[in-house]
Design a protein around this ligand. Structure first.
Ligand SMILES: *[C@@H]1O[C@H](CO)[C@@H](O)[C@H](O)[C@H]1NC(C)=O
Ligand SMILES: *[C@@H]1O[C@H](CO)[C@@H](O)[C@H](O)[C@H]1NC(C)=O
Ligand SMILES: *[C@@H]1O[C@H](CO)[C@@H](O)[C@H](O)[C@H]1NC(C)=O
Ligand SMILES: *[C@@H]1O[C@H](CO)[C@@H](O)[C@H](O)[C@H]1NC(C)=O
Ligand SMILES: *[C@@H]1O[C@H](CO)[C@@H](O)[C@H](O)[C@H]1NC(C)=O
Length: 313
């Protein structure tokens, strides 16, 4: 508690991170010339809300955040911050994956524009080799936005940072006053559960996996950030409702469908271009192409996807 001595109110605010449930890691829309398309954001937010989604993650992996310039990331944050003023959705912003001075600028900018939470990757080039190094980095990030809950983005498949997350959380208690949890993107449910129980269970763990939602609820998870929900937001919402009300048969069926959709799109070899192409084909939100180094789907791939997914859309 001494960590918050500069303001009692701040402690009370920071002590409570109230959001639980589903956050959709939204894709970022581009025009055909690959410039940022901010015009769709307000309708995108409403579309997700009408499907029961109360939270969005902007500029994450699915959102091609690491393919945007800092100015573009700011423009994107601003546009989403305006959109969620109407929809009252929870706004989590991914600020990492760029040089530290830019990460800090994005942290300050997000806080100023009313982000509800920050998510931060580890440094991707000079990777942390120990949890202490990771904590020192995130301490500077947290200090740049002292009134906004901070989450660590654990995604070993992409970052190759494979530090023990439970140990990280245990060590963070006395060192990272703004840390509120982790986005745990991995299929290692055992390690995820250790993170959930670390530090006497005080942290919120968002599981970032599409296919393990119903299984993870059995282990006590109640918060998820699954990319496939850009395509089938209402299925995700129904799935979590079913799991929370112990309708296990329904949860299993809905999970099977979300998994089928994920596998069909993933079978193209590239989930993010697939998600965008399928949204362009089936959803009311037109999100355009992907930026390099990702590759747009070919016409053939798209035709195959469309016919395979038609039953689910
Ligand atoms: C993806 O499609 C857009 C729009 O047609 C195009 O501008 C862009 O060059 C394409 N990207 C690649 C890598 O081919
Ligand atoms: C890219 O396309 C959009 C939409 O057509 C247009 O508004 C914008 O000016 C274009 N940008 C460039 C750099 O050509
Ligand atoms: C990931 O890191 C390990 C060591 O921590 C290294 O052996 C391995 O080559 C790395 N893989 C990639 C793809 O960088
Ligand atoms: C999610 O879990 C599935 C099943 O274990 C796994 O195949 C997939 O790689 C996981 N996805 C990520 C992003 O970890
Ligand atoms: C973290 O702390 C918990 C107690 O809250 C303990 O049971 C667990 O073993 C610790 N994990 C690690 C990896 O240090």
């Amino acid at each position: 508690m001494h960590l918050y001595r500069d303001s009692k109110n701040k402690f009370e605010y920071m002590a409570s991170y109230g959001f639980r449930g589903l956050i959709v890691p939204v894709v970022t829309a581009f025009h055909d010339n690959l410039s940022l398309n901010l015009d769709v954001i307000s309708n995108f937010a409403k579309y997700l809300l009408s499907s029961g989604i109360r939270g969005v993650l902007v500029s994450g992996t699915t959102g091609e955040g690491m393919s945007l310039s800092i100015q573009e990331r700011k423009d994107l944050i601003k546009a989403w911050a305006e959109a969620v003023q109407n929809t009252k959705q929870h706004l989590m912003v991914q600020i990492g994956g760029c040089p530290l001075p830019d990460v800090l600028e994005l942290a300050r900018f997000s806080e100023k524009n009313g982000a509800d939470a920050l998510l931060c990757l580890p440094e991707l080039y000079y990777k942390p080799k120990t949890n202490q190094q990771l904590i020192e980095y995130l301490k500077v990030v947290g200090d740049a936005a002292p009134n906004t809950p901070l989450f660590y983005y654990n995604f070993p498949l992409m970052t190759n940072v494979t530090l023990d997350v439970a140990d990280f959380l245990n060590r963070s208690v006395d060192q990272l006053p703004t840390l509120r949890g982790v986005k745990f993107t991995s299929s290692d449910l055992n390690a995820a559960q250790e993170a959930l129980n670390a530090a006497s269970g005080r942290y919120t763990i968002f599981l970032g996996n599409n296919t393990l939602i119903s299984a993870a609820t059995m282990l006590g998870f109640n918060s998820f950030i699954p990319a496939t929900l850009n395509l089938v937001p209402e299925l995700g919402h129904q799935l979590l409702e079913a799991a929370n009300s112990c309708d296990l048969e329904k949860a299993k069926q809905l999970q099977n469908t979300v998994t089928r959709v994920t596998k069909i799109v993933g079978a193209t070899g590239s989930l993010i271009p697939g998600i965008k192409a399928v949204m362009n084909a089936f959803s009311p939100i037109k999100v355009g192409p992907v930026r390099l180094p990702l590759q747009n789907l070919s016409d053939n791939q798209l035709a195959e996807l469309e016919s395979a997914l038609k039953p689910y859309m």
